[in-house]
Every structure is written in C-alpha cells, then in structure tokens.
Design a protein around this ligand. Structure first.
Ligand code: URP
Ligand code: ZN
Ligand code: ZN
Ligand code: ZN
Length: 490
C-alpha cells in the first residue's frame, strides 16, 4: 500500500477517425519553424506511416500526400504530460475523465502522450495493475510514486520510503514523491476542525507550504543517502522549490515538476469578500480548486515560473484529476472529504505558452524542452518521443503565435462540468495536433475514436542512473580503513 506506478500512454486511446484529411499515411508540414529542444529552423516535415521521415527545407511530394501549410507557425513535438490520473478511483468514486475523454481533451490541447499512475488495490500494486489493464489495456513501469501524505490511506513512513528508494534503485526505476508531511497535515486538519473551520478554506490552512518543504527536504536527503535519483511531483511552493534548488546546486540528481495550476493560479478565490455567498450559491465553486498540495498564495506562482525559466525545475505536468461539481460538493461541510484534484491535461500547453513564452520568460526552444523533450528524456523514451527528428514518432503540434485561445468549461473536451482556468484568454493557439502521424485536431475539430491509442513502453535506467555506480564505488572505497579495522578486530 505504499506507492503508485507510472505508466506511459502515447497517441492516446482515442487515435483518429478515418476522415479524408487524417486517413492519409503520408503527411507534409510545409514552411513552418521546426522547434526542437536543441535548436529551431525553417523546415518542412515529412511523415510516413506514423514516423517522421525527413526534416529539411523544400521537400517535394506527390499528390497522395496530405499537405499542411505551417507558414508563420511553430512546428513542435507533441506535449507529454508526465502526471495524470485518468479513471482514478478514490474513496469509492471515480474521476470523470477516463482514458477516452481525458486523452481526447489532451489531443485538443496539443498533448499527445500522458504518463498516468496505477493505484494499488487494497494495498496491492499487482492487483492495481489488473484493474488498470481493463481501463487502459496494457501496462509497464519505469517509475514509482511514493505518497508522504494521505495518512491512513496511502501514506508511507520513512522506513517504507527508504525501502522503496532502495528497491527503485535496484530496478533502475525513478522514485517519485508526493511531498507533504502527512502526520502534520492530520494535526493541521484537527486544528482547523477544533477552530470550527470546516469549509474549503480549511484545506490550504491545514497543510501550509512548510509541510511541503519539510517533506521535500526529507525525501531529497533520503534519496541522497541511498544515492538514487528523485523526482518531486507537483512542486507547489517556494518552500519545496528551494529545497530542490539547494540539492541540485550541491550536485544531487533531483527533478522538480511544477504543474500548470501551481504556475498559473493562486488562492485569492479563498479570500474573496463574497466567499460565503459564492460558496453557498455554488457549493463547488471553491472546492473546485482544491488539490494537494494546495494551490498557494500569490507569489508562489511567480517564484515557480522563475524556477522553471532558470532550470531549477525541469518540466511541467498537470496532475489532471477531475471530479465534477457534484462529486466535489460531497465535502462542502467538511473539507477533509472534498475530492482532491484539478483539470489541466487540455490546458497545459496553452497556459505554459501564455505565462512563460508570451511573458518573455523563456524561449520557444525552452518551451519544447519543458513541455515535451525533458519528460521524454527523464522517462527514457527520447528521441522516439519529444523530438522532431527523422525516426521519431510523428507526434507533432502546430502552434500559431498570432492566434489566441480561450478556456471555458462549455468548450473544453474534458467531461468535467467546471474548469479551473474558466475565462482565461491568451495568445498562441495550437491549431493542429498530429498523433502517430494522423491529424487528430484541426480547425477546432477533434477526430478521435476510442481504443486506437498505444501503450508506450518506458524502459528503466534512464540517463539519471548513468554513473551512480561510480559514485557508489567511490563511497565504498572511502570506507576501506574502517572496513579493514572491523575485519581485524573480529
Ligand atoms: O490533489 C491531488 N493532487 N490529487 C491527485 C492525487 C495526487 O496526489 O497526485
Ligand atoms: Zn534541427
Ligand atoms: Zn500527489
Ligand atoms: Zn497526482
């Protein structure tokens, strides 16, 4: 009962319909600026049978090829979301987005691959797999996530975490942590209840940034002790981010994943003067934003953006975990019962473009790295994914920097009846999504059918594991004197 396991899905379980434009197995994207994480240049991209065949200027093709004009636009690798929960069961109910609606939404927003999590069933991860296989056909693993929060449900203590870190190292599997101090969160919840604060505001008040910082620091130090890489999911606070910065500065292999909601939102809705009225009128209005760790107060968002821009944090996820307003309303009188989680799988690419590229904080090359390439490297599927190179899978998006996007629950593709980015507008619009060589999103139209997505195997021993053995050997060598002494005295 101590962790969930990371599973990769590409091209979505939705796949494509056989509409004339998308059924062609040959595709040419003409005249765009092709952007990879290493550089960008004007080039055409030619695709055959789902694979990128050529990336060069002025490619000539016959009439049997479907041609897309990308003049003045960016042609980039499809987004990879490292952190989603589709069809997740919790406390007896299931999230509204399953592998069809969640991935359809992803494609409409330029994300062509998502990494989801198998949850254990009655403490058993193998049993969890069986349930999961029915939800998403096939599965394989190269990472495990440990929850340091959710006490009494799925939390691990230090002993288990330490054991898990060692096991991960032996498998070449990346250890991920949900870093909040679960014991202290429980105490914080108790305190709020005693104070009579039972509404949604009790949620962030009961689990302040310090508890995230503490657990992040503890996980980092334990991973250092074991000498294994660590991936901190949903970094939501300055406190956690600074622990990661410190560890990276000292040379430790720690990856920090901020998520779209943490970068783009703050908790000002909690302190709205009309809070009572609003919360009463629409019980879900406030609980809608609840997730763990909580969306923090103003300032954390900007600091996380800066950390992402400067390489302290490496990639962006969403933690897409959607409950509709009826499900969210279940805990309206007791914040401890509010289902945790927010949407983002469809919005991430636009939101990150808007807040990071349009604000001038990062280059377009960096955008590709943060939304796709780095994820592919960390989870060991680069350059099959995360690149526009000959031989890579044809998961491609075309973004028009002069067009604009608007987010509303009315027009989104998730099954959720709400959207935490409701009303948000910005520049930069993903006009085309190509998944596995097929056009699945074009002219604001989604062309998907269930069951055609592919499971993507992610092998263990990513680059993060290179050289760990050398460090271990140096450490063991440094113990020669005490080992000798121990031997001579026994
Ligand atoms: O509130 C959240 N984050 N829900 C999803 C599960 C998790 O902790 O990642
Ligand atoms: Zn190039
Ligand atoms: Zn989590
Ligand atoms: Zn999550």
């Amino acid at each position: 009962q101590f962790c969930e396991a990371g599973i990769g899905y590409g091209e979505s379980t939705c796949g494509t319909t056989s509409s004339s434009s998308s059924s062609s197995s040959k595709l040419l994207i003409k005249g765009g600026t092709v952007v990879n994480a290493h550089h960008q240049h004007l080039a055409d991209v030619y695709v055959e049978n789902g694979i990128i065949v050529a990336v060069q200027p002025n490619i000539m093709v016959g009439d049997d090829v479907y041609v897309i004009d990308a003049t003045g636009k960016f042609v980039m690798p499809g987004g990879i979301d490292p952190h989603t929960h589709l069809a997740m069961d919790a406390l007896g109910i299931t999230t509204v987005d399953d592998f069809f609606s969640g991935q359809a939404a992803a494609l409409a927003g330029g994300t062509t691959m998502n990494i989801d999590f198998v949850m254990p069933v009655n403490g058993n991860l193998t049993a969890g797999f069986e349930v999961y296989e029915n939800k998403a056909k096939k599965s394989c693993i190269n990472s495990f996530k440990f929850f340091m929060a959710y006490k009494g449900i799925i939390m691990v203590n230090d002993e288990l975490l330490l054991e898990g870190l060692k096991k991960c190292k032996s498998l070449g599997a990346l250890a991920m942590v949900h870093a909040e101090n679960g014991d202290a969160v429980e105490a914080g919840q108790q305190k709020m209840i005693e104070l009579g604060i039972t509404g949604p505001e009790g949620h962030p008040l009961s689990r302040p940034p310090a508890l995230e910082g503490e657990a992040t620091s503890r996980a980092i130090r334990l991973a250092d002790f074991v000498n294994t890489p660590l991936y901190v999911v949903h970094v939501m606070s300055i406190d956690a981010m600074e622990e990661i910065a410190k560890a990276r500065k000292s040379g430790q292999r720690v990856i920090g994943e901020p998520i779209a909601s943490g970068l783009a939102l703050d908790d000002s809705w909690l302190w709205h003067p009309d809070f009572d009225t609003a919360a009463k009128q629409v019980p879900s209005l406030v609980s809608l934003y609840l997730m763990s760790p909580p969306i923090r107060s103003k300032g954390h968002d900007k600091a996380l953006q800066a950390a992402l821009a400067t390489g302290v944090l490496q990639l962006v996820g969403t933690d897409h975990c959607t409950w509709n307003s009826t499900q969210k309303a279940l805990g309206i009188d007791d914040f401890r019962k509010i289902m945790n989680g927010v949407n983002g799988i469809e919005e991430r690419m636009h939101v990150v473009w808007d807040i990071m590229v349009e604000s001038g904080q990062i280059s377009v090359i960096d955008y590709v790295r943060l939304t796709s390439t780095e994820c592919a490297r960390i989870f060991n599927i680069y350059p099959r994914k995360g690149a526009i190179l000959p031989g890579s899978d044809a998961d491609i998006i075309i973004l028009n920097p002069n067009s604009s996007f608007e987010i509303t629950a009315k027009s989104h593709h998730s099954r959720s009846d709400t959207n935490v980015y409701e009303g948000r507008k910005g520049k930069g619009k993903i006009e085309v999504t190509i998944a596995g060589g097929r056009v699945v999103w074009e002219n604001n139209e989604l062309k998907v059918v269930p069951g055609t997505g592919k499971y993507i195997e992610m092998s263990p021993y990513s680059y993060l594991f290179d050289g760990l053995d050398k460090k271990d050997a140096i450490y063991l060598n440094s113990l020669q004197a005490p080992v000798k002494r121990a031997k001579t005295t026994t």
